[in-house]
Ligand binder design. Structure first.
Ligand SMILES: Nc1ncnc2c1ncn2[C@@H]1O[C@H](COP(=O)(O)OP(=O)(O)OP(=O)(O)O)[C@@H](O)[C@H]1O
Length: 592
């Protein structure tokens, strides 16, 4: 009920169009009923007049029949035009509404969402909400209006007949739909959930096709996919069966109403209390009244799946945002120090802290290298710096102000980042780069590619910068993708540059070239350089060693040589080594 009311509130801005669509729909159905009833009366009246030789005015009824036919045709057309206009306006507003609420949740609050499921919510669930008006609200309200008018007309002729037909209409329009709802509610909800699950499995299946072909020769994943699909088809089959049964039920009640009219009206005609021509009029009126009842079983069948979709959408956007945006954000200074003061971080649901008591200051122009074992918290530092997560306890500041005082998007304008899992878009190299700087000239693009050590590769491609990268960069190697991501980060004019393992996947020689291009230039940016490797650390002003979410050692590169050795720092720094090396040249052991 809460979801239904919320859905109605979302429709409220389009109430004008919706009301018009319902009125036009009711008018078209009333015109149809009037056409049937008048035609029945007219044919019978003419026949009776012919048989008895009585004169009859046929101009008025034949003009009325023409008018009803025109209103019905135009009404049906208008019903679709206005109905779809109302629905499209609703859905067109719904998508940006949903998106605007989804974006602040990304990426942190959406980590547990499978991409296929997210896609299902974005597309299938939103699409299903359009049924809320077209299949549910509009036919129900129009049906009530038409039945009200039709029964009132019948009551003028015969109150008992109106009560009998009203009862039949109630059973067909409410009893049957409730039965349909009862029989099909579970199946309808399962169709909504099953569609999302099938989407998720399909996306997984396509994205993981290489892994599946290696690890799943027995096609277990494919079997699960087929089973989900079969279950979905079975549920839809059941729903179609229930709907067919309901459709037949409405037809049965319509025919019973016809019999009822004959049973009540025929004796009255014989008794002379009802004109003979009124009998077919009332019979056809009663029959066509069920036109307004026919869409109701579908409306009730659609209701649970529409509400399930609404619930899935509301459930997603009602998640608490990972960080609160300030009501009146402070302007973000052009430059300044990015500082962590006693900052900690515990991920929701985690038993242990990912970061504890982090203190560091990335002042303008300063370069800080961060090393540590896998899982020691390096990328979590980036999440705090970018305000994808909020620290707790402690604080992170930029130019002396807590990051919480800034609008997150405005803050991120001051940072260029190569993330650990940097995403290449399914687009050309140029389009991927221009995301960082839409106005970048050819020269600027090439300079960034050169600094990232990938210009020669791009230049060697037949289409150069306009080379298409394939799905998520599938057409380039891991090392090439990394350097393209690095070029994109370098393209952005931001005072802070954060690189999370920029040379991952590169051979020693390429790594050296990339680091020369990266670090061999002036210090117009401060740099947070996260790495597993020794290379590049000599150019840092300070090296921080992390272990278990804490800074266990820190110092100038001279002091790190003994500690880090050379080559890859694969396993991180064992704590006792860090402590014993703490007295080395320039290296201080961090406070526990
Ligand atoms: N979104 C998350 N939810 C819960 N726990 C997380 C999340 N991200 C990271 N962690 C956990 O936090 C800890 C630190 O992870 P983090 O990614 O910061 O390590 P890292 O040093 O960057 O590792 P690597 O070198 O392997 O990239 C790990 O124990 C990890 O499992």
């Amino acid at each position: 009920m809460k979801d239904a009311l919320r859905l109605l509130r979302l429709m409220a801005p389009h109430a004008g169009w919706m009301a018009l669509a319902i009125l036009v729909s009711a008018l078209a159905t009333l015109a149809h009923i009037a056409l049937m009833a008048t035609s029945g009366w007219f044919i019978a009246a003419m026949a009776l007049a012919g048989a008895t030789g009585a004169s009859v005015n046929y101009f008025t009824p034949s003009a009325a029949i023409r008018a009803y036919a025109v209103v019905r045709t135009v009404g049906r057309y208008g019903e679709r035009i206005v109905g779809h206009e109302a629905t499209l306006k609703f859905v067109a507003a719904l998508r940006p509404w949903f998106f605007a609420r989804l974006i602040p949740l990304a990426p942190a609050a959406l980590e547990d969402q499978r991409s296929g499921d997210l896609l299902a919510r974005l597309k299938g669930d939103i699409d299903r909400l359009e049924f809320a008006f077209l299949r549910i609200l509009s036919p129900v309200i129009a049906g009530v209006l038409v039945l009200g008018a039709g029964l009132a007309f019948l009551a003028l002729h015969d109150a008992g007949m109106a009560v009998g037909i009203g009862t039949a209409a109630l059973l067909a329009g409410l009893g049957l739909p409730l039965l349909v709802h009862r029989l099909g509610a579970n199946a309808a909800r399962e169709v909504t959930a099953g569609t999302a699950q099938l989407n998720a499995l399909l996306v997984d299946h396509i994205e993981g096709r290489a892994e599946l072909s290696i690890y799943d020769p027995d096609r277990r994943h494919r079997t699960a996919l087929d089973e989900t699909s079969d279950t979905l088809i079975a549920r839809e089959h059941r729903l179609a069966g229930i709907l067919g049964f309901a459709g037949a039920g409405v037809g049965l009640f319509a025919q019973l109403s016809l019999v009822l009219v004959l049973m009540i009206a025929a004796p009255r005609v014989l008794a002379g209390t009802l004109p003979g021509a009124d009998l077919p009029m009332l019979a056809l009126l009663a029959l066509s009244l069920f036109e307004a009842v026919a869409p109701l079983p579908l409306a009730f069948q659609t209701l649970p799946s529409t509400l399930a979709s609404a619930r899935r959408i509301f459930g997603l956007i009602d998640r608490p945002p990972p960080v609160e945006e300030p009501a009146t954000p402070q302007p973000v200074p052009e430059a300044g120090a990015l500082a962590f003061a006693h900052a900690g971080l515990t991920y929701p649901g985690a038993t242990a802290a990912a970061l504890t008591d982090i203190n560091l200051a990335l002042t303008p122009g300063r370069r800080i290298g961060v090393v540590g074992a896998s899982g020691s918290g390096k990328s979590s530092l980036v999440a705090l710096a970018l305000r994808f997560r909020a620290p707790g306890p402690g604080e992170v500041t930029f130019a002396g102000s807590n990051l919480a005082a800034f609008n997150s998007d405005a803050l991120r304008r001051r940072m260029a980042v190569l993330a650990q899992h940097d995403h290449l878009f399914t687009a050309t190299i140029r389009e991927n780069l221009l995301i960082a700087d839409p106005d970048a000239s050819q020269g600027k693009l090439e300079a960034a590619l050169e600094r990232a050590g990938i210009l020669a590769f791009v230049a060697a491609q037949p289409e150069g910068l306009d080379t298409f990268l394939g799905a998520n960069g599938a057409k380039v190697s891991g090392g090439e993708a990394r350097r393209l991501g690095l070029a994109r980060a370098l393209l952005k004019d931001a005072p802070i540059l954060i690189l999370d393992e920029p040379t991952e996947g590169l051979d020693g020689e390429t790594e050296r070239r990339v680091l020369d291009g990266l670090l061999g230039v002036g210090r117009d940016q401060s740099l947070l350089f996260i790495t597993h490797r020794r290379a590049g650390l000599d150019a840092m002003d300070e090296i921080i060693v992390m272990d278990g979410g804490r800074i266990v050692a820190r110092g100038a590169p001279t002091g790190m040589a003994a500690l880090l050795g050379s080559g890859t720092i694969s396993g991180g720094i064992p704590e006792d080594t860090a402590r014993s090396a703490g007295s080395g040249q320039g290296l201080e052991q961090a406070p526990p």
